[in-house]
Design a protein around this ligand. Sequence first.
Ligand SMILES: [Zn+2]
Length: 181
Amino acid sequence: MKLFNIVLDSNKSLREKSKSISNEQLSEYKPLGLEMLDYLKMSQDEDIANKYHIQPGIGLAAPQINKNIRLIAIYINDGENSYEYVLANPVIISKSVKLSYLRNGEGCLSVKNNHPGFVYRNYKITVEAYSYLDDKIVTFKAKDLLAIALQHEIDHLDGILYYDHIDKKEPFKIIESAIAM
Ligand SMILES: [Zn+2]
């Protein structure tokens, strides 16, 4: 297992726009992408997380390990559903008008300080990306926590952090039509 050094939000690299992975570079970054997915899986194993002092995470973007390339990994396992993705050059090609948010706010492996408030995201999205688990370009729909995680990670590729989305004047503003999770 690779123990990544997670870059904190005080680091400038987290505010940069990351570079696309070219067709020629796709195979070069596959091992890294798979290691990122593995890291997330390990981080959700309580014994391993405690042993190595790592925080549990459901998503990781390459800028968080100091590589400004458009590469993300997601691992969500809520007991009922399990989702895993390793994606190069992910793009959101459509999104619902309906919004959703996490009642307890979002968190990030790169953010140590507390930033209370709601982060509104699109409830449903369609993503196009090169999938390293399928070795081809895929298009898929996502909703609920998966859609939130994907939007959070894709934001990292553009130098955006979750707390940028929190309303400064009214951090706990309720949008009635939005789905709370
Ligand atoms: Zn994050």
